[in-house]
Design a protein around this ligand. Structure first.
Ligand SMILES: [Zn+2]
Length: 174
């Protein structure tokens, strides 16, 4: 994917995350920031996740599914990756807390928004981090080595020189 397009979607994902965070905090405090309900944030996810899925698939090409996240995020600084995992954990915590704390005081829509916005946080941030990772790795391409040390392109699934499948030799992985 072209870098400029990737940057645009990365910025959108970053904005989506910030707005979701503000809306999430607001919903915990018992109100919504938007007079119209904030479902545009839900639709926005589909906009940023189409390019994100393309980039993630590209970064994880030739790798087993369970390593997909690690591969997709390998261009991010450690802190960013931990944020993705922490927000993933938070979706479950928020899910539980939304039910535990939804009393008759809060309006039904506020607790629904709280529930959804907890997920938006994770999905926007994960999209942001994946696109960031992609941009970083694209800059340092060729970023991968085969088992015999030949330099490969970012997307290669096997070595063009010796034919070895590229399984676990990601140069950018820490
Ligand atoms: Zn090779």
């Amino acid at each position: 994917m072209k870098s400029k397009i990737t940057v645009i979607f990365m910025v959108l994902a970053g904005l989506g995350f910030i707005i979701s965070l503000a809306e999430h905090i607001s919903s915990i405090l018992g109100s919504s920031l938007f007079s119209e309900e904030p479902w545009f944030l839900h639709h926005g996810l589909f906009v940023v996740w189409i390019p994100t899925a393309l980039c993630a698939r590209f970064l994880a090409r030739g790798l087993p599914k369970k390593r997909m996240w690690k591969a997709a995020l390998r261009g991010c600084p450690k802190l960013m990756r931990y944020m993705v995992y922490a927000l993933f954990g938070y979706t479950f915590l928020n899910f539980a807390l939304s039910f535990a704390t939804s009393s008759s005081h809060a309006s039904a829509s506020t607790s629904t928004i709280r529930l959804f916005s907890g997920h938006w946080l994770f999905f926007y941030y994960a999209a942001f981090a994946t696109l960031y990772s992609y941009l970083q790795l694209e800059k340092q391409a060729p970023a991968r080595l085969c088992h015999n040390g030949h330099v490969l392109g970012l997307s290669a699934s096997s070595c063009p020189e010796c034919g070895v499948a590229v399984g676990d030799a990601l140069a950018g992985e820490r």
